[in-house]
Design a protein. Structure first.
Length: 178
């Protein structure tokens, strides 16, 4: 099942044709002027927050990769916080109350408004979530490898293990999900 045409994975520099539309044919593209002054598509982390708002159980079934909170990606901290709240809150009311207590007011307010639209189909949301987790794992491993290489003489076994893990993660990210 293909992604909605305007729900692509733009890189975190906000280039490309990504925008959250949820795949509903009767929705319009987000208007940048109505986006609290921010232009461009939602970041990967913001799109994943929206998926979690609609399907919070995804975090229990498919958790975020370890260590992504250290990645220099926009709004990754918000994603990690929302994921944690989804694991703790079992009701929509409890989740909403916990979200309102977060400090990222402007971003969260914009995302909550977007989440009021009808959610994408669960199958599509799951596929998006799994694809994004693969992408985040590749990014995490690339950052770890770069850090090891910049530190100077890396331990050959650790360096080789990171390269192997990165190759496997990249291969997994290319596989279509059934």
């Amino acid at each position: 099942m293909p992604y909605p045409e305007d729900f692509g994975f733009a890189d975190e520099g906000n280039q490309g044709n990504a925008g959250f539309n949820g795949g509903s044919p009767n929705r319009t593209r987000p208007n940048p002027r109505q986006n609290n002054g921010r232009k461009g598509p939602l970041t990967l982390a913001e799109r994943l927050v929206l998926v979690l708002l609609d399907y919070p159980s995804l975090i229990d079934q498919h958790p975020l990769p370890e260590g992504i909170d250290t990645l220099p990606l926009p709004h990754i901290d918000l994603l990690v916080q929302v994921a944690s709240l989804c694991r703790q809150s079992h009701s929509a009311a409890a989740l909403l109350g916990a979200l309102m207590a977060l400090e990222q007011g402007e971003t969260l307010s914009r995302l909550l408004k977007a989440s009021l639209k009808p959610p994408m189909a669960e199958e599509m949301a799951t596929r998006l979530w799994l694809d994004a987790l693969s992408q985040l794992e590749v990014t995490r491993l690339e950052a770890a490898l770069l850090e090891v290489e910049q530190a100077g003489m890396p331990d050959p076994a650790h360096w080789q293990a990171l390269h192997k893990a990165l190759a496997e993660a990249r291969q997994h990210a290319r596989k279509p999900f059934d």
